[in-house]
Design a protein. Structure first.
Length: 136
């Protein structure tokens, strides 16, 4: 669910930006979020996959921010959380192909959903993680 994934990812990245020299454990981050560490590790994996964070295993291990928060746009975090899905979704079931609306709804709706995602990305691209973090 993009609604919560984005909020979780922003929370994680804000924490990491505030403690940029420290290796934070998934348990520590989960405590801040008040969620299970498994959920945090899932989002950490996604953030790591695009090079926003790095991880270290072992007793003194954890994760930390890899890029300067001034160079991370909020849209970067949004796009990781969103993945290949649209924020708003097409119907999961197959509409009736014999219906005037049903046979075309998805092809007509897809460009609308893509434009919504683009508008969100453009708006979030106006703010860096550093600017967001400085609001605390």
């Amino acid at each position: 669910m993009i609604k919560t994934k984005f909020s979780i990812s922003v929370h994680i990245m804000t924490l990491l930006a505030m403690f940029k020299e420290d290796w934070l454990t998934s348990s520590h981050i989960a405590g801040s979020l008040n969620v299970n560490a498994v959920l945090v590790r899932k989002e950490l994996s996604a953030l790591k996959s695009i090079g926003l964070i790095e991880s270290k295993e072992g007793k003194n291990g954890g994760v930390r921010i890899l890029k300067d928060a001034n160079k991370i746009k909020m849209s970067d975090i949004f796009n990781v959380a969103k993945g290949s899905d649209n924020v708003l979704s097409l119907l999961k079931n197959t509409p009736n192909p014999k219906c005037l609306v049903g046979k075309q709804i998805n092809e007509k709706l897809k460009p609308v959903l893509d434009s919504i995602d683009l508008a969100i990305t453009e708006e979030l691209g106006k703010m860096t993680l550093e600017e967001f973090k400085n609001g605390f």
